[in-house]
Design a binder for this molecule. Sequence first.
Ligand code: FES
Length: 125
Amino acid sequence: MPELNMVWQPLCQSSDLEESGRAVLFDVIEFGHTVQAFAVRHDNVAVAYLNRCAHVPTAMDWQEGQFFDQDKRFIICSIHGAMYEPLNGRCVAGPCPGARLLSIELKEEGGEVFWRPTDRFQPVF
Ligand code: FES
């Protein structure tokens, strides 16, 4: 089994994540497969999740990088309208209440955003 990489990975500039704006998309390896994740900012906190709805495992953005509802209050799945709290990924309305998006830990340092690999999510090389 290859050694796991647990080193914080550079993702983007802090300024790339506008408040409740367009997401920065990035790929991670999950169980040997490349999958898409996204980072957004809400209430001035940068958060990241897999781009996979908790209802049906499919990408959620109706247009690439667009994850917020009209009011910029919730992350919304474009397929059946599940609405997620941006800061914790918990579904609060729609077909899967209480279910959660899979989160990826972020940190901001020196104007840059980094994500932390886990034994589940590894960087793409
Ligand atoms: S697939 Fe997202 S709400 Fe059904």
